[in-house]
Design a protein around this ligand. Structure first.
Ligand code: MN
Length: 396
């Protein structure tokens, strides 16, 4: 991650480059699971035609990547039997809901789009120095059964699903869905946190209104989440707020409850690093866990047009990914990516960014040895691989 300003002045040597580190790092990354999978794929996919020289290729594609997309996020295994949840590190959970949308609906297709485009690429990231599915046991647990015309029943379903994951100490990655799901996500998790839960919330909108059209819609999740006794607004930090689609009553709620609002102007003024240091301080103040809520509309519509309430002037994709990685450095209890609305997307770029946000956050948690900082007792001992990685992190 970017060093100080001094780096801009200093002489630049080849060994200073992250790319140089990445080349060295590559040699240390394990390919154990990849080898196992390749062997199975060879067995299941049958021998390729005689003219194919690369004999690792098979007749039937069983990789689940690219065109062979198997419908799960980043080609993770689908966990059909939810009774078997518990040993995994990460559970990908879709919430195909858009009943909370007040204007342009379409986020019910968010999980599908995020999963589909996530198989463009692979699990290896040179800059992060990680092969994600070697470092973590990731399963895709499919979708919550939402009730399309009933938000409150959907909230009950979502909260119970998150509770189920949290109770089993599996890190939840929620694929939204409109932002109304932010409330049941916190509600499901909060009872399992032995202390306060902080919230780092990226958005152009503060989502602190009590209701819209008499219901708890996608502009209301944090009004209701911060009514939960151990999820106080004092530990809520909202990043990227601004523009003409915000709510005036929501701003009053933020003032009355002592939430922290960071606008795009603030980010321009103080820079992403200082802003995230500050945001982490607020979210973690006396807290046992922090939840990450990433509304894709925090990113400028130039980079993320596929969303219901776009607001020009947001983060660049590069800023967003960098700030998300900084947010994840101290550990997280779970995350959600919301408001990806494929009907308005162009060339899948919004869904692709949403998926990359997840990959970058997970990679950062691995990099900093923080996946497992769940309040539920799980391996407090870092894995050998994690220790190695944190020791090898270059300064800056
Ligand atoms: Mn928003």
């Amino acid at each position: 991650m970017g060093g100080g300003k001094d780096d801009r002045e200093r002489e630049l040597r080849r060994e200073d480059l992250r790319g140089t580190w990445a080349m060295e790092r590559e040699a240390q990354l394990s390919g154990v699971k990849a080898a196992e999978r390749a062997a199975l794929q060879k067995l299941y996919g049958l021998e390729a035609a005689a003219s194919i020289r690369d004999r690792s290729l098979t007749l039937f594609n069983r990789t689940r990547w690219g065109l062979a997309n198997g419908g799960t996020f980043a080609a993770a295994d689908f966990l059909e039997d939810m009774r078997q949840l518990g040993e995994q590190d990460v559970a990908i959970l879709g919430v195909p809901l858009d009943a909370g949308t007040t204007y342009r609906s379409g986020t019910r297709f968010g999980p599908q789009a995020l999963r589909r485009i996530s198989t463009l690429g692979g699990n290896y990231n040179a800059e992060r120095g990680v092969v994600l599915n070697e470092a973590l046991a990731i399963v895709d647990v499919g979708d919550v059964q939402v009730i399309p015309a009933n938000l409150e029943k959907s909230f009950d379903q979502i909260a119970d699903a998150i509770a189920y994951l949290t109770e089993r100490a599996v890190f939840p990655v929620v694929l939204g869905g409109d932002h109304s799901i932010g409330y049941p996500d916190i509600r499901g998790m909060a009872p399992y946190i032995d202390g306060k839960i902080g919230i780092i919330h990226f958005d152009r909108h503060s989502d602190l209104s009590e209701s819209a059209y008499d219901e708890r819609m996608h502009g209301s999740p944090f009004f209701h989440a911060t009514n939960i006794p151990n999820a106080p607004a004092s530990n809520l930090v909202q990043i990227g707020i601004g523009g003409w689609t915000g709510s005036k009553p929501g701003m009053r709620v933020a003032r009355e409850r002592g939430a922290t609002i960071i606008t795009i102007d603030d980010i321009d003024r103080f820079g992403p690093e200082r802003i995230m240091e500050f945001a982490l301080e607020v979210a973690w103040r006396g807290a046992k866990a922090v939840w990450l809520s990433f509304d894709i509309d925090s990113v400028d519509p130039a980079f993320a047009p596929g969303t219901g309430t776009p607001e020009p002037g947001g983060l660049t994709a590069r800023e967003a990914l960098r700030m998300l990685r900084l947010a994840a450095r101290e550990g997280l209890a779970g995350m959600e990516v919301v408001e990806v609305a494929p009907p308005y997307d162009v060339a899948d770029i919004t869904a692709l960014l949403g998926g990359r946000a997840i990959m970058d956050v997970l990679a950062t948690l691995v990099e900093s040895g923080k996946l497992g900082r769940s309040p539920i007792a799980r391996g407090d001992e870092p894995r050998a691989d994690d220790v190695k990685q944190s020791e090898e992190q270059p300064g800056g």
